[in-house]
Structures are given as structure tokens and as C-alpha cells.
Design a protein around this ligand. Sequence first.
Ligand code: PAF
Length: 280
Amino acid sequence: MLIAEKKLEIKEIVKNARSEGRTIGLVPTMGYLHKGHVSLINRAKMDGCFTVVSIFVNPLQFGPTEDFEKYPRDIERDIEILKQADTDVAFIPSISEMYHNTHLTQVDVSILSEKLEGVFRPGHFKGVCTVVAKLFNIIRPDRAYFGWKDAQQLIIIRKMVADLDFNLEIVPVPTVREDDGLAASSRNVYLSDQDRKKACVLSKALHKIRKMVELYKITDVRILLEESKKIIETENVELQYIEAVDLETLKPVTSIKKNTGILAAIKVGNVRLIDNVIWE
Ligand code: PAF
């Protein structure tokens, strides 16, 4: 596996792969890799891509009171995981390589960025879109892989790609879960054993919703949300939101049908967790 730290290096590597006729697949990450990331890499490899994985903890997407400094990092372990997953190249730039000290520009996919997560993390998606737009411009992938776990992020990036005419395909990949149902996330390491048990109430509630829709054909959002809130209330966690929305506009919907989903966030102690159930 190649490792590039400089934009010029990664551009050269990608140029060579492209000249050999390879399709370029990008998996953007903030590192501390887990099986959710590996499933994105596997999908890119399955698609036959020359697979680039970026690791960059992007300061722009963390609020002033958020966990940028504390965000889990372990580059050596990440590199091992990437090698095991048969990644072609890791792009691991420094902050100064990504943002020169006069950087001013931010990409704002308005309206979509202000809903749901945006209420609790103002400015977060501006930071995400800015770094993802930069990665797209540096690497020029043919495809970029994003997990449904971060559904709002995926929807916003799709919109950015459409609005700004980026010439690539966004490939959504299903959420990967731990054995206890918790959606795989780098932030799961913050949870104590006790809090982890409490956190599982969210995936349990969403699983119940899926069953009600798919098995019992209950599609009335009022009934589904009522039931899910009842389940979440059985644990000492803070429900920040649970909403049924259209998967393109993020506007609320009153019944579940194709292209809708239920997106939720809870706080367990100091740890925020998001999860969702979607009908693509
Ligand atoms: O999902 C993430 O890990 C990040 O938001 C991303 C897309 C790598 C941008 O920093």
C-alpha cells in the first residue's frame, strides 16, 4: 500500500492509476477505522476501483465545544487495517497541507445542513462539505463511498455534488452494526460498558420500527415514533431528535414509503450517537 502525505504526491499516484485505465474510488475517513470503514473499502474494491482512503481529522467540522482534540486517533493501527483491506493508497495529510493559514472558503449546502444534526451541531456540515469538496478536487475520484450511518451527511454531499457539478458518483453503503446492534462508529470507544448497554436502546427502537413497517405494514409515522420513544424512554438517555424525513429534502413525512427514513440522535452521558432506519 502506498502512503501519500502531500497533495502533489496523491495527485501523481492517482494520475498514474488513471493512465493505466483504473477507476478511482475514494473512501474519505477521519481515521480510527472500524468495520464500517472496511465495508466501504470492500465495496470500492468490489467495484474494481483503485481505492484511495483519506485519513484526516478535519478541524473545520468540529464545534468549539466538541471533541476535536480528544477525537480517537491511531495511525499505526489504521495503516494495518488499510493494508489488510487491500487499500491501494492512503492519503494522510497534515492540517497545514489541507488548509493553508489564509483559508477562507466554506461550502454551505444551506437548509439541509440546518436540520436535525445541524440544530445540535451548527456549522458542522459546512466543515464536512468544505473538506469533502477539497478531497474531491485533489483526488478527482470517479466514485466516492459514504455510509448510510451518517444519513444526513450522505444526503447533503449528494446535493453538493449535484449543485456544484462534481463529476463523480456517490455510492451509499449500508450501516454496519456491532453484535449488540450498535451502529459501528469511531466514537463508540467513548462509551463505558454501562453506557454502551444504554446506547443500544436506540438501535433496538429503530429495529422495532423496521419490523413494524416491513412485517406489520404500519406506515403511520405518528404510531411509529410513539412506539420508538416509548422504547428509548426505558433507558436513562437523552433523546435529541427522532424524525421521519424524505431522504432527498429532509422534509418531515407523515407516512413511511420508498425514499424515506427515520433519523435519530441520543446523548448517553457526554456521548452523542446517531442512527437511522431508511427505506431507499
Ligand atoms: O464521515 C466522516 O468521517 C467525515 O465527516 C468525513 C466525510 C471523512 C469528512 O471529514
